[in-house]
Design a protein around this ligand. Structure first.
Ligand SMILES: Cc1cc2nc3c(=O)[nH]c(=O)nc-3n(C[C@H](O)[C@H](O)[C@H](O)COP(=O)(O)OP(=O)(O)OC[C@H]3O[C@@H](n4cnc5c(N)ncnc54)[C@H](O)[C@@H]3O)c2cc1C
Length: 383
């Protein structure tokens, strides 16, 4: 059992940490105020190899393993988890699916450009009536000769408006239920496709959009993977997205703790720094202990995933605990900063707004509890 970072992880950690400080933080507030995605970040991350940190070298990735990837996602999220999400979340979700499921021609077509920052590929499973139960997808794909015709709607899709291509989870034959599901790549310029940004509690410098497909015609060859395995193939990407969210939540929580330590020494009340009061020290000590314990749970799940070992309950525990922790620490950090914590003068307010979204993306806390229950009891509460 080793608890120290290796040379590559130490180097990548510093690179990502410096990137967050120098490239993300200085423009974050301005982008949030203007509700604008900072597109230059994607190029800058690509030039440092940060986009495809977990993707195969053959297609332009770093192939550095999931512990290293988690370290990168954690460090970048210390500045902003949602800005990290919009800059490289597509490589995490769609990039993983393409690298594991697409045929060689499709991999060559999409992955090198995705890693070099010139192509954004979103993945759309969730719909107005379909959330946690993705097996119930209603968006329809009908084969007409050599063309798929796609009709339906998708909601809350990361980079849905920015994306050049969307991997859409579709139903090809309602009678087959989940066995009719498939993933089809839809290119943005296709007629009948529209994207409308969703206004959300956080992610103000991000893009989460609702998509509509009205008789969108795409080539038969755009099928990614097999018909009947659409849900399983989507879940391959969602598994990596869960790790991304867990690592990002640790980054948000750590950033809040750092802000609290600094503020507790600077802010004086009753003629003393507030950090001199035992109640404030208890708050900070609890944050530290919970973040430290949960970080190791995240790295442990990442290590199992890198080794291709079973990791469902470990990753569910990491995702559930870290995202809920980020919300709790965010709220406590705001309280510790008093009214100033409610303004955008301090980052804690930004993290708090984003953290609540991290409890939902990649599966809600309830879904992760049910996964752990299934793994421990051998009883699936959902079937
Ligand atoms: C920031 C962000 C980015 C996103 N990006 C994407 C994306 O790129 N692509 C994509 O496809 N989707 C994306 N989503 C959507 C996300 O995957 C869904 O929001 C999530 O799967 C939950 O679905 P829902 O919101 O419809 O909630 P629902 O499934 O309707 O759940 C509502 C509530 O009921 C609970 N619940 C549901 N079923 C059960 C049960 N059996 N037992 C107990 N409780 C239950 C849930 O835990 C939740 O609290 C994103 C969401 C967010 C917030």
């Amino acid at each position: 059992m080793k608890f120290d970072l290796n040379e590559e992880q130490t180097m990548v950690r510093k690179m990502a940490h410096d990137f967050a400080e120098k490239e993300m933080l200085p423009t974050l507030l301005d982008c949030e105020r203007r509700r604008e995605v900072n597109l230059t970040l994607i190029q800058k991350m690509a030039s440092q190899g940060l986009l495809g940190v977990h993707l195969p070298q053959k297609y332009g990735g770093m192939e550095a393993g999931y512990v290293t990837a988690s370290i990168v996602w954690e460090q970048l999220s210390r500045a902003s988890w949602t800005q990290t999400l919009i800059s490289l979340g597509h490589a995490v979700l769609a990039g993983t699916i393409l690298s594991k499921v697409a045929n060689e021609e499709q991999k060559q077509k999409y992955l090198p450009d995705l890693c070099n920052g010139s192509l954004i590929v979103a993945m759309a499973a969730v719909e107005p009536n379909v959330g946690s139960d993705a097996s119930a997808v209603e968006t329809k794909a009908t084969l007409d000769g050599d063309t798929w015709i796609i009709d339906g709607s998708k909601n809350f899709i990361t980079a849905g408006n920015l994306a050049d291509v969307v991997l859409v989870l579709v139903q090809t034959n309602k009678d087959l239920g989940p066995k009719g599901l498939a993933l089809i790549a839809v290119e943005k310029e296709v007629s009948g496709f529209t994207a409308t940004p969703a206004e959300m509690v956080g992610g103000w410098a991000s893009d989460i959009s609702n998509l509509s497909f009205m008789e969108c015609r795409v080539p038969k060859a755009n099928l990614i993977g097999d018909i009947g395995r659409g849900l399983q193939n989507a879940l391959i990407g969602i598994d990596t997205a869960r790790l991304f969210v867990a690592a990002g939540a640790i980054g948000m929580a750590q950033s809040c703790l750092d802000a609290c330590v600094k503020y507790a020494k600077e802010r004086y009340q009753f003629k003393r720094p507030i950090g001199g009061f035992q109640l404030i020290q208890e708050t900070i000590a609890r944050m530290y202990a919970e973040i430290e314990a949960t970080r190791w749970q995240v790295y442990y799940a990442a290590d199992l995933k890198s080794k291709n070992a079973p990791h469902a309950k470990e990753l569910s525990a990491a995702k559930w605990l870290s995202s809920e922790l980020a919300v709790r620490v965010g709220a406590e950090a705001i309280r510790l900063h008093g009214a100033y914590g409610c303004t955008n003068e301090y980052l804690v307010e930004h993290h708090y707004r984003d953290a609540i979204m991290s409890t939902i993306l990649g599966g809600t806390s309830e879904m992760h509890k049910l996964t752990i229950g299934r793994e421990l009891l051998g009883i699936n509460a959902l079937s």
